[in-house]
Every structure is written in structure tokens, then in C-alpha cells.
Design a protein. Structure first.
Length: 392
């Protein structure tokens, strides 16, 4: 069976909705905090809640729903996500919002991995990589358009309106998913036993958890980018939106650059170079205020080299555990959100203790830990006779 022409665009659109709904919070910490009467540091914990819930629930729910047709799973997952964003828009206090974000994470944690499985399973082997890239383009596009637009809406019409837009976008996509995804579609799935076995492989898990270490450094700053720019540069709605657009464009460029670097110098060299660049770049954000042009340049470079890591990391972990490719990729997706959760929590602590200007230095320190992490992982792999694709 091959996918029809509309399947991949529809799955990509679904991931756009997921990406916007997941990360729109980053661009509206201030209006949301003011609306609920909580500080930016406490508001950031709402992102932490979402990330932790995703990391825990995604592998479990994907495994538990493995015997159900993919169309039903996708439609129900996106419907759950939409309902959770509606509850987020209606939240009357902090506790209700945390609960709504947990529900949103459950829907997203099923939706994104299953879209990847459907795209890969219905595509010819020689077109599988292209199909997966197209499906995940929706998540990247959410960084370019969804998060900045959501931020602008939140500052203009209120934070509840931003969540409401996510719901409105989700409804037609749910209908398209039901119409386009073939009925009764099922593939071989990851079981809880498979997950348990892979979790017990220390060398593999050390490689997978590099994703967490690397993204922890980024999210120390990224989660609180809006209050950082407000407090140091005096930016309001338009300034923050423009920086988020630059950051999103950098993410697109980073996806392209990461693939080329991986093909040219190998995944390990790519990852250690990117970690070193993050170590150098992020502390520059602690020097704010700076001239506007330098703010955009720094944020653009930070984003390009920050989001170049995914292709190299996926190639590396698959080469380390090729027999468990589906499992390690699912765990890698969970590791992304663990990094987001830990980074957001560290950023909150830094703001409480040192103010927003301490974020860049803290992110740079975590990037240094990422350099150490990838180096130790590579030494262990070589000692075990597993050097990875194109490793030096």
C-alpha cells in the first residue's frame, strides 16, 4: 500500500497543530502569568509539566494502543489534544492549567510518533526518509509560524485566545485525518517488553539521553526568552514576535545544515561541534542589552546550531542499536521532552536566584556538560565495538 498524495501533507498539518499547541506557551509567559497572577518562573513550570507528561506517557500510550487501527488512534489523539487546549483556554487557575497540559501531552505523545509510523509504513523504502522529513516539517513550521503568531495573538487578544486558535486549527485537521488515513491500518508495534529491554541497555540509553542533555541547555534559555527580552531589551509584543520568527527560521536552516554536516563529517563530530558552539553562543545572551542587530544575529545563530542536532543524533542512535531502531527513536522523542522539562526547571531556579541575565551562562554550562556526555558515550561505544556511522 502506498500513501495517496494528501496523506503526508495532512500528517504534517497535524504535527503543525501539535507543535503550535505544545510550544505556544513559550511566547506568552508574561500575559499568561499576569492573567493567572503568577510569576514567569512559576509559569515556566507549566511547560515543565507538559514535557514530563509527554516523556512518560508517549512510549506507554504508543505501546498500549498498538492493536488499534492507526486512523482511530490518530483521530482520537488529535481530538484529545484539541480538547486539552480548549481546557487550557478555559483554565481558571494554575492547577487546572497544569492538568490540561498533561492531557495535551498525552494526545501529542501518541500523535507525533504514530504519524511517523504511518508515513514510514506506507512509503517505499527509497522514499521513507523524504516522507518522514515532510511529516516532521509540520513541527518545524510550528516554530517558524505557530509560536510567533501565537505570541502575537496572546499579547493582542489575551493568552486564552492563543489556545483557542490551536483548537480551531485542530478541528479541520481531525476531519482530514479521518478521511485520508486508510481504515484498519496497522503495523508491527513496540511492546512494553521491548521498551523494558531497551531501557536496560546502558550504552544505548547513554547515547539516547544525549538528546536530553543537549536540549536541557537550550530550554534553560528558550522557555524564558520572552521575559528575558522584555526585561533586558524592553521588547514588547512586536519585538518578541520578530525574535521568535528569526529563531524559527533558524530551526529550518538548522534542520538542513544538520543533515549535511552528518553526511560530511559523521554524527559524532557533528554533535560535539554543535555542543561546543552552544557552549560559546548561549552565554552571549547574558550580555543583554545589546544593539538590536546583535540580538537577532545571536538568536539566529543559536537556533541554527541548536536545531542542527536531530539528524545527527537519529543517525547515531540507529547505528548504535540498529536492531531496536523503532524503540530508540521513540525513546529519543521522549528524551526531547525530558530535556525541555529539566531545562525549564533549571531556568526557573536561575531566574529566582540570579534573574533573567543568568540564563545564558546557565545554558552554556549545560552545553559544556553535553560536550562531556557525547565524548564519554563515544568512548564507551568504541570500547564496545560500536563506533556509529562515519564516526572518526
Amino acid at each position: 500500500m502506498t500513501p495517496n498524495r494528501t496523506l503526508i501533507p495532512v500528517l504534517s498539518a497535524a504535527n503543525f497543530v501539535i507543535g503550535m499547541g505544545a510550544f505556544v506557551l513559550i511566547g506568552m509567559l508574561t500575559p499568561l502569568g499576569e492573567g493567572l497572577g503568577i510569576t514567569p518562573a512559576r509559569t515556566g513550570w507549566i511547560m515543565t509539566t507538559y514535557a514530563l507528561a509527554y516523556a512518560v506517557l508517549s512510549p506507554l500510550l504508543v505501546s498500549l494502543t498498538g492493536q488499534i487501527g492507526r486512523r482511530r488512534v490518530l483521530a482520537f489523539a488529535l481530538s484529545t489534544f484539541a480538547a486539552a487546549n480548549l481546557l487550557s483556554a478555559l483554565a481558571i487557575n494554575e492547577v487546572m492549567l497544569h492538568g490540561a497540559r498533561i492531557l495535551a501531552a498525552a494526545g501529542a505523545g501518541v500523535m507525533t510518533p504514530v504519524t511517523a509510523a504511518v508515513a514510514a509504513g506506507l512509503s517505499a523504502e527509497e522514499e521513507r526518509g523524504k516522507a518522514l522529513a515532510a511529516v516532521f516539517f509540520g513541527l518545524t513550521l510550528a516554530q517558524v509560524l505557530g509560536v510567533p503568531v501565537g505570541s502575537w495573538i496572546a499579547y493582542t487578544f489575551g493568552w486564552r485566545a492563543a489556545f483557542g486558535v490551536v483548537v480551531m486549527l485542530a478541528i479541520p485537521v481531525i476531519i482530514m485525518v479521518w478521511r485520508v488515513v486508510p481504515a484498519g491500518l496497522a503495523f508491527q508495534v513496540v511492546t512494553l517488553r521491548d521498551l523494558g529491554r531497551t531501557l536496560g541497555e546502558a550504552r544505548t540509553m547513554l547515547a539516547v539521553m544525549f538528546t536530553t542533555t543537549f536540549l536541557t541547555g537550550i530550554y534553560v534559555v528558550y522557555t524564558y526568552l520572552a521575559p528575558l527580552l522584555e526585561d533586558t531589551m524592553g521588547y514588547g509584543r512586536d519585538g518578541i514576535t520578530m525574535v521568535l520568527i528569526v529563531f524559527g527560521l533558524g530551526a529550518v536552516g538548522g534542520n538542513l545544515l544538520g543533515g549535511r554536516m552528518t553526511d560530511r563529517i559523521g554524527p559524532f563530530r557533528t554533535l560535539i561541534c554543535l555542543s561546543i558552539i552552544q557552549f560559546v553562543t548561549m552565554p552571549l545572551l547574558s550580555l543583554l542589552p545589546l544593539p538590536d542587530v546583535w540580538v537577532f544575529v545571536i538568536c539566529g545563530l543559536w537556533s541554527v546550531f541548536g536545531w542542527s542536532f536531530m539528524a545527527a543524533q537519529q543517525v547515531r542512535i540507529i547505528s548504535i542499536a540498529p536492531e531496536s531502531a523503532a524503540i530508540v527513536l521513540a525513546l529519543n522523542a521522549a528524551a526531547i521532552y525530558i530535556g525541555a522539562a529539566i531545562g525549564s526547571a533549571i531556568g526557573s531556579a536561575v531566574i529566582s536566584g540570579y534573574g533573567v541575565t543568568g540564563l545564558g551562562v546557565a545554558g552554556g554550562f549545560v552545553a559544556l556538560l553535553a560536550v562531556i556526555h557525547i565524548s564519554v558515550s563515544e568512548v564507551w561505544n568504541r570500547q564496545g565495538g560500536k563506533t556509529g556511522v562515519n564516526s572518526p
